[in-house]
Design a protein around this ligand. Structure first.
Ligand code: PHE
Length: 450
């Protein structure tokens, strides 16, 4: 896999793979859910991903401009493409701030597992997390720390910064994952956890399970956040875009399934019922690792440390891709150096991150409408901007841009003859199937079908 494609895989592999996918799979029919999820990835995720890669590589510039160039490729001037592109940049930018907060928590937990602060029972773990995440100082410190780390990588550019970091971090992540999977699956009663994740139960599959799988596949593949488009602007003209999209999706899905094999066997072996989200990784799992390896406490601590390192790596590579979206934008649009662009992003995201972090308990004044500022960012970007961006991208490539331009990018100007036959399938999917499916998830999330 080429460096920048690997970096794109790094963007896709993130917290969503570890804290959301396994639980969704376990709750919604195990292998049955996994099959549906993979179906969503192939039929909907891949075409949307390829569309963004096409726009990014064609434009070879930041997301807003790349959309504009694609829109103008047919000779028509319209503001619509730049609007979609700018929305992508805005989405990426807003996510950077709050994703940094959670990434910062991962760093705190790496530190906590090194100094042995995570030793205690379930109520201790809960108290520890609540006290930490609502405190005004430490979470803000870690948020700024991870953004600075990201800044240092992004400043060095694509080849020497992001690609190099990904080539080092991604294999490390994979090795840590495999080691923990093996340790977890060797525990007594691990089979129950494996059953929970993999045993197919088609009776649990309902309409909302389909929609859940669809939403998860979009989030997990980093679709409509500007990341794919921005990274694709650095792809070479020879890169097979569909082939790369398939590789990225495979890596992403494999990591998600392995994450399940890392979490559930350990949780079931000590009789703890797993959940999802922040409470799974920051409250449930510290006690699980401790109890599961009670006979060998040192091993328990090492596994916990490896787990939080893995989580930090997954978060960091995603954060880098988000940071790059806005850095490329400021660098090109404001005609300033890359370093300056990156600095603007880092400073602004530190401010957003600080407010998001403080809204989680340090002060009540940052909550409104029943949600904290942190939740608002999550809601607006993930549930509103993401579907709108994905929907409009499909419509733009499917209906507005001349077919010849899209097919030239898809087949690398006809040099990939095998892709010629697939082009009509791709076009059909982005013209009809994807927009319709995205519209349905969007309306469902807004509660229209309830
Ligand atoms: N795809 C990442 C995950 O699975 C999340 C993410 C979304 C990262 C958007 C970057 C951009 O967690």
């Amino acid at each position: 896999m080429v460096g920048v494609v690997l970096a794109t895989a790094g963007s896709a592999v993130g917290l969503g793979n570890v804290w959301r996918f396994p639980y969704m799979a376990g709750e919604n029919g195990g292998a049955a859910f996994i099959l549906i999820y993979l179906g969503c990835v192939v039929v909907l995720g891949l075409p949307c991903m390829v569309s963004e890669l096409i726009i990014g590589r064609h434009g070879a510039s930041n997301t807003a401009r790349a959309y504009q160039k694609m829109g103008e490729a047919g000779g028509r001037k319209s503001l619509f493409p730049s609007f979609i592109g700018s929305l992508g940049v805005l989405t990426g930018f807003l996510i950077t701030g709050y994703y940094a907060v959670v990434s910062g928590w991962c760093l705190q937990y790496v530190y906590a597992s090194v100094v042995g602060q995570l030793q205690g029972d379930a109520s201790y773990a809960q108290h520890y997390f609540e006290a930490f995440s609502s405190s005004p100082v430490m979470p803000v410190f870690w948020t700024v720390a991870i953004l600075v780390l990201c800044h240092l990588v992004v400043c060095r550019g694509i080849r020497h910064g992001i690609e190099r970091a990904s080539k080092l971090l991604m294999p490390m992540l994979f090795i840590l994952l495999l080691v923990i999977v093996v340790a977890s699956c060797m525990l007594p009663d691990a089979g129950k956890g494996i059953d929970f994740l993999l045993k197919p139960d088609f009776s649990k599959v309902t309409g909302s399970v389909f929609l859940g799988a669809l939403g998860q596949s979009f989030y997990s593949l980093s679709i409509a956040m500007g990341c794919l488009c921005t990274y694709a602007s650095y792809y070479s003209r020879q890169t097979n875009l569909l082939g790369s999209a398939v590789q990225i999706s495979l890596v992403d899905s494999l990591v998600a399934i392995l994450a399940g094999l890392m979490i559930f066997p350990a949780a079931f072996s000590v009789g703890v019922s797993p959940d999802s989200g922040a409470s799974l990784v920051f409250i449930t799992l510290p006690t699980v690792f401790q109890q599961a390896f009670a006979a060998m406490p040192l091993l328990g601590r090492i596994v916990a440390l490896m787990f939080y390192l893995l989580l930090t790596l997954a978060a960091l590579t995603s954060l880098m891709s988000l940071h790059e979206v806005s850095t490329a934008f400021f660098h090109e649009e404001l005609h300033i150096s890359r370093k300056r662009g990156a600095l603007i992003v880092t400073v602004l995201c530190c401010i957003i991150g600080t407010f998001c972090s403080l809204s989680l308990g340090a002060t009540g004044s940052l909550s409104f409408g029943g949600r904290t500022l942190f939740d608002w960012f999550d809601f607006v970007t993930g549930q509103i901007f993401l579907p709108i961006g994905g929907f409009l991208t499909c419509l733009m490539l499917g209906w507005m841009v001349p077919r010849k331009i899209v097919s030239d990018e898809f087949t690398n100007r006809g040099t990939l003859p095998r892709l010629h036959r697939l082009f009509p399938v791709y076009l059909f999917l982005i013209r009809f199937v994807c927009p319709l499916a995205i519209l349905v998830i969007f309306l469902n999330q807004l509660g229209v079908f309830e």
